[in-house]
Design a protein around this ligand. Sequence first.
Ligand SMILES: [Zn+2]
Length: 245
Amino acid sequence: MWSNHINYYLSMRTHELVLSWIEKQLSDGHLVLGGRLPAERALAEQLEVSRTSVREAIRILEAMGLVRAGVGSGKDAGTVVIAEPAAALGSALRLHVATQHLPVADIVETRVLLESWAVSRAKADAPELKEAARLLDEMDVSAAVDDFLALDVAFHLALAEAAGNAVVSTIMGSLREAIEGYAAALTANLPDWDHTADRLRSEHRAILEAVNDGDGGRAATLVAAHIEGYYREAGLGKAPAETKP
Ligand SMILES: [Zn+2]
């Protein structure tokens, strides 16, 4: 068990090395949109890392929609750069660090699970809801992205606490940095932050209104759509039709 942890951290460092190398190739213009990465074995030998590390780095880039991993052989084989890399790769690396190596898709899924449960249980007279309302007022006049996102997470924590379950509150609290981290990293993928911020503000109001109305079902639906919507707007996650059974 312990050695698995050691191996995990060792491979984590080396796949970051592969990511850094690819980022440098892109920023230096040696690798361009439509270009191909060296073959897995060649890259592993050149960087003196395992092929597993190369695969892990490519898996991360693929999850970010930056490359398409190749299959087969001949001139169409190999991993191809399929997205404009400059901004997006930076954000892939920031995401990786910001989430403390937790997969963002898993954080998002966990949030939906916990927060939709929490808002469906929140008591309309819970004192945390007053704090939540105050945070929304603060968000209305908060233009800076970092301030906004810190308030946004605080709002979600207040909502979760209104359910009165100490364990759910603690889990949400422990995710605070990871949530703030991925939300901040994903802003690089958003076409228009001010537009997104306005949408988030009105979604927050609608969620809180549903909780205050005692309509837990509506609150749960709205909070799930709110969390998943941001993730999708940043170009992550699958459209419902692509979801495998
Ligand atoms: Zn929010």
